[in-house]
Design a protein around this ligand. Structure first.
Ligand code: GAP
Length: 452
């Protein structure tokens, strides 16, 4: 029975992520690396499940969307054509005294006008444009001819390949190309854990449409992306739309809507849906000298540069959202202990890092062996865990904290009559079922899952 809940803070999320092996600070033993994080055993399972769900949604459940995995290193002209060399900048000011650096658009505008450092009161420099792309060198020399960038978005890899993909797969407009991969930005403000980092992953889909049909497809993709979160158990009252005003629009966009999620630090962007028009392909035509027009063979070989509707979600930011959304502290009047609190991650079973944990009540009397046998029956279909250390109540709590939706307990009756206890994470309800029905019962429970 639920009696109370605690406030959820980012500190609690960070602490759980470290304690349970979701996310670790990068290079922690050297004091950590700003803007970079490592994903531990539960974190990588969760991240894989989110990216798999997105990939399935895009490539399996939609007609006419093909996948791609383009290189992170691209020809430097790509970033001139895309506008990133010129426009992908943040306005920055530095303090001449304490050397602190600030985003001019995010600081107290009165202090900025007076050029006073908010940290030490020292004098600030003029505002200047700071490009967010990481630069490095390729090959043996390190002069300007070897300059190369780490991609700041995965989208450009799709644009420069759009003809290859369309021709090799005989795709006709409208069609999409989906890609998941790393992106890099030299972010100056990297607070809020993994929310904004210098190295992160994106899940992007670029949908190529006939000019004039773009508004319609834009609405279609807004609906699709909203429905994705609902399907994967996100509490929908925590999501909202934010339309970009003209001052917020990226240099390539005609219209842009963000799906925002209410994180512990407030509503923040989770994913963007953008109408990029023919901006990118027109620019790549100009810069590469290649004809990037689509030839519509069903329509008298009509030629045009397609418009692009983009859905762009952060994978690592989605992971943070799924953890924040799943996290609950709940007071449970469990087995007569009225002051017992549990931390539980209420992941949708399709997203949970572990689906089923098998727990032998005792190590001895053949229970551990029987439980291993049962686990082996389940492991080809579900991601499983096996835990035989400590009291059973403690083991349930550990699985609650990892977000495992189902536990199977093997006891002395299991030996006698072949039944086991199936425990549900959210309700803590326990039912007795024959061993032969475990797989079907769990399959059914996943299908019918509704967060309480
Ligand atoms: N291709 C379009 C594009 O990259 P964006 O709004 O700059 O658009 C899309 O980024 C998504 O990528 C964001 O909604 C966010 O989820 C994620 N993202 C962007 N910058 C990020 C960062 N520094 N750290 C983590 N995720 C980031």
């Amino acid at each position: 029975m639920i009696m109370d809940t605690h406030e959820i803070t980012m500190e609690k999320i960070v602490s759980l992520c470290k304690r349970r092996g979701f996310v670790f600070q990068s290079s922690e033993i050297y004091g950590g690396q700003n803007g970079a994080w490592d994903y531990g055993p539960l974190g990588i399972e969760l991240k894989n499940n989110i990216s798999r769900a997105w990939w399935k949604e895009m490539t399996q459940l939609h007609d006419n969307i093909a996948g791609l995995d383009a290189a992170i290193l691209m020809h430097p002209r790509v970033w001139e054509a895309s506008g990133h060399v010129e426009n992908f900048t943040d306005p920055l000011v530095d303090c001449k005294k304490c050397k602190a650096r600030f985003r001019a658009d995010q600081m107290d505008q009165e202090k900025l006008a007076k050029k006073i450092c908010p940290e030490c009161g020292g004098e600030l420099t003029d505002t200047r444009k700071f490009n967010l792309m990481f630069k490095t060198h390729i090959g043996a020399t390190d002069d300007n001819s070897s300059l190369i960038y780490l991609r700041p978005e995965t989208a450009q890899g799709i644009y420069v390949n759009y003809k290859n993909v369309a021709q090799s797969n005989r795709l006709k407009i409208p069609f999409g190309i989906a890609q998941i991969g790393k992106a890099f930005r030299n972010e100056i403000v990297t607070k809020n854990f993994i929310f904004r980092t210098c190295e992160f992953e994106q899940m992007e889909m670029q949908f190529f449409v006939k000019p004039g049909t773009d508004d319609e497809w834009f609405e279609y993709w807004k609906k699709q992306r909203w429905a994705f979160y609902e399907k994967h158990g996100v509490r929908m009252h925590k999501l909202r739309w934010h339309q970009h005003g003209t001052d917020e629009l990226a240099h390539y966009a005609k219209d842009a809507f963000d799906i925002e999620y209410e994180f512990p630090m407030g509503f923040k962007e989770l994913e963007g849906v953008h109408n990029r028009t023919d901006f990118d392909l027109t620019r790549h035509t100009q810069y590469s000298g290649k004809d990037l027009q689509y030839i519509d063979q069903d329509n008298n070989n009509e030629r045009y540069i397609p418009y692009i509707i983009e859905t762009s979600a952060g994978l690592t930011r989605n992971l943070l959202m799924f953890i924040c959304d799943a996290y609950e502290e709940e007071k449970v009047a469990d087995k007569g202990n009225a002051d017992d609190w549990r931390t539980v991650l209420r992941f949708h079973p399709l997203i949970a890092p572990i689906t089923v944990a098998v727990l032998p009540l005792m190590k001895k009397d053949g229970l551990a062996e029987l439980a291993e046998e049962i686990r082996n029956e389940l492991r080809s279909e579900f991601k499983t865990d096996f835990d035989l250390s400590g009291a059973i109540g403690k083991r349930y709590r550990r699985q609650d904290e990892a977000g495992t939706p189902f536990c199977i307990t093997v006891d002395y009756d299991s030996k006698k009559d072949g039944t086991v206890t199936l425990r549900f994470r959210d309700s803590m309800e326990q039912i007795r079922i024959p061993r032969s029905e475990i797989v079907n019962t769990i399959r059914q429970a996943i299908k019918n899952y509704k967060r309480k």
